[in-house]
Design a protein around this ligand. Sequence first.
Ligand SMILES: *[C@@H]1O[C@H](CO)[C@@H](O)[C@H](O)[C@H]1NC(C)=O
Ligand SMILES: *[C@@H]1O[C@H](CO)[C@@H](O)[C@H](O)[C@H]1NC(C)=O
Ligand SMILES: *[C@@H]1O[C@H](CO)[C@@H](O)[C@H](O)[C@H]1NC(C)=O
Ligand SMILES: *[C@@H]1O[C@H](CO)[C@@H](O)[C@H](O)[C@H]1NC(C)=O
Ligand SMILES: *[C@@H]1O[C@H](CO)[C@@H](O)[C@H](O)[C@H]1NC(C)=O
Ligand SMILES: *[C@@H]1O[C@H](CO)[C@@H](O)[C@H](O)[C@H]1NC(C)=O
Ligand SMILES: *[C@@H]1O[C@H](CO)[C@@H](O)[C@H](O)[C@H]1NC(C)=O
Ligand SMILES: *[C@@H]1O[C@H](CO)[C@@H](O)[C@H](O)[C@H]1NC(C)=O
Ligand SMILES: *[C@@H]1O[C@H](CO)[C@@H](O)[C@H](O)[C@H]1NC(C)=O
Ligand SMILES: *[C@@H]1O[C@H](CO)[C@@H](O)[C@H](O)[C@H]1NC(C)=O
Ligand SMILES: *[C@@H]1O[C@H](CO)[C@@H](O)[C@H](O)[C@H]1NC(C)=O
Length: 407
Amino acid sequence: MSMFKVSLICSLLLVVFGAARGFLGRGDAFRRKVSVELNPGLAPPLSLPPGVGLVHLRGLGDNDTLHFVLCNAGAPALLLVHSNSTRSAVTVDWPEFINSSSAGSLRVEPESSITYSSALVFTRLWEYDDVNNTADPQKAAESSFYPPYELQNFIWSELNTTLNQSEHTVVLCGGEKTQSFSNGSLCLQVSVFESQGRDEAWPSLLHNANSSQLRVWINGVTPRGNNSRFILEFQSVGDAGFQSRVDMRSSIDDEYTPSIFKVSEWVSSPVNSSSVWGFSQWKPVAYRKARPVFEDATACRHSELVFVNGTPPSAVIQAYFTHNTRIYGLNISFGLAEDPVFYDATKYISWTVLMGLGDPPSDSFSPLIIIIITVGLVTPLVFIILGGVFVCVRKRTSQSTAYEPIN
Ligand SMILES: *[C@@H]1O[C@H](CO)[C@@H](O)[C@H](O)[C@H]1NC(C)=O
Ligand SMILES: *[C@@H]1O[C@H](CO)[C@@H](O)[C@H](O)[C@H]1NC(C)=O
Ligand SMILES: *[C@@H]1O[C@H](CO)[C@@H](O)[C@H](O)[C@H]1NC(C)=O
Ligand SMILES: *[C@@H]1O[C@H](CO)[C@@H](O)[C@H](O)[C@H]1NC(C)=O
Ligand SMILES: *[C@@H]1O[C@H](CO)[C@@H](O)[C@H](O)[C@H]1NC(C)=O
Ligand SMILES: *[C@@H]1O[C@H](CO)[C@@H](O)[C@H](O)[C@H]1NC(C)=O
Ligand SMILES: *[C@@H]1O[C@H](CO)[C@@H](O)[C@H](O)[C@H]1NC(C)=O
Ligand SMILES: *[C@@H]1O[C@H](CO)[C@@H](O)[C@H](O)[C@H]1NC(C)=O
Ligand SMILES: *[C@@H]1O[C@H](CO)[C@@H](O)[C@H](O)[C@H]1NC(C)=O
Ligand SMILES: *[C@@H]1O[C@H](CO)[C@@H](O)[C@H](O)[C@H]1NC(C)=O
Ligand SMILES: *[C@@H]1O[C@H](CO)[C@@H](O)[C@H](O)[C@H]1NC(C)=O
């Protein structure tokens, strides 16, 4: 009998839970077949300079293909090209690409199948001495900025050793031959996904098969000031018919990224239209340790978008975009005002951004939150109903007793 009750309660809970999940949780079953290739079509005697490589990450859908190309010839860049054909391919004219990266030396063919292209380029790493501890580069005196590190001049480790075919990831680590970078590195990890999910590591952004993730970390760099903070400068390149804006949205769920309730979205839409075709998305948080605990979280803020004239110093951008482009620049600065912990404390900062096609993924209530809400709503409701019934019964019996003396 009691077993029956337990199973009844369980199945009731499951029904409520399932309904809530169906209503709130947009389960996404969309999948792509992902493959990774280093320097497609490059054969001896041709070769790239040491440490330079081009990685093609392909996400094959039922009726389309999403191509990602990561290249560190010049400033490191990630190019996204969506094609509505399953037979599209990335072709590189290697002699041209190596010699001058002239426009058209990297193509996605057939060209008529391309529906959307965009790219992110990491251009500079800025450092400033935050003597007033505002963590706001806008408020810092110009004299407190050090000469920036130009990422196009970095020397990178070999890509073939950091390519993980099973995880669909690749890591780029580089630095300068300077005093301050002698023990340091700037690394970029790119991941491409077959289906929806989250990384275990914070900020555990929700990704899907239409997105790739870039994690950037700056490790072991000797700061040039006593109160050094860093700024990462990057640019987006898109077709001239598209415009960008950065929105800050509230996020409902902080179970995956503790204490962060906001998400920033840099979206691209056709001029005169509000429909979103591509995005970059991040949470305004950075971490001061490779394996962070709660206290290692710090803030990041983004600057205003600015128009940029001239093509970024990246071979893959110069080689791919033959048509008119629109280029925006953005700075992400790390650190929290009044926070006495500067870069020096841990000599580490990491930040993660998602780049993809279509609308940015949005957090829905997680199973844990749904259970909490369900329990939180249902329990008082039960008490209210029980209370109502009790009051009714009491009223009836007291009323009937109240009439009794008339007899
Ligand atoms: C792919 O195309 C076929 C035929 O045009 C269509 O039936 C199918 O729904 C499409 N699949 C997706 C995932 O769009
Ligand atoms: C390399 O490019 C230059 C111009 O940028 C051109 O003059 C030269 O012929 C090219 N060399 C080869 C081998 O293609
Ligand atoms: C693929 O995209 C091109 C360019 O947007 C378009 O002209 C073509 O009709 C599309 N083909 C299919 C099968 O959707
Ligand atoms: C510190 O703040 C003061 C007052 O706002 C400002 O005049 C000064 O330039 C700041 N110093 C630096 C190095 O940013
Ligand atoms: C990676 O490339 C370098 C230089 O091209 C080569 O010396 C090395 O053996 C390669 N390593 C692997 C694991 O393929
Ligand atoms: C790829 O990553 C997985 C999981 O992190 C690891 O087990 C595997 O050894 C990696 N493979 C290579 C070739 O590094
Ligand atoms: C690099 O690390 C070594 C060993 O930890 C240390 O002796 C040296 O001072 C460091 N160099 C810089 C520029 O911090
Ligand atoms: C991913 O892109 C494909 C093709 O444009 C689209 O059919 C699908 O709905 C998208 N999935 C998500 C989760 O945005
Ligand atoms: C950093 O602080 C030390 C000791 O407080 C001081 O001697 C040094 O001049 C400061 N360096 C800079 C660049 O301000
Ligand atoms: C956008 O709209 C403006 C005015 O409404 C018009 O002048 C312009 O040509 C339009 N641009 C495009 C690309 O449609
Ligand atoms: C980034 O910050 C540096 C230093 O303040 C500034 O010179 C540069 O113009 C900024 N870049 C963008 C894209 O805002």
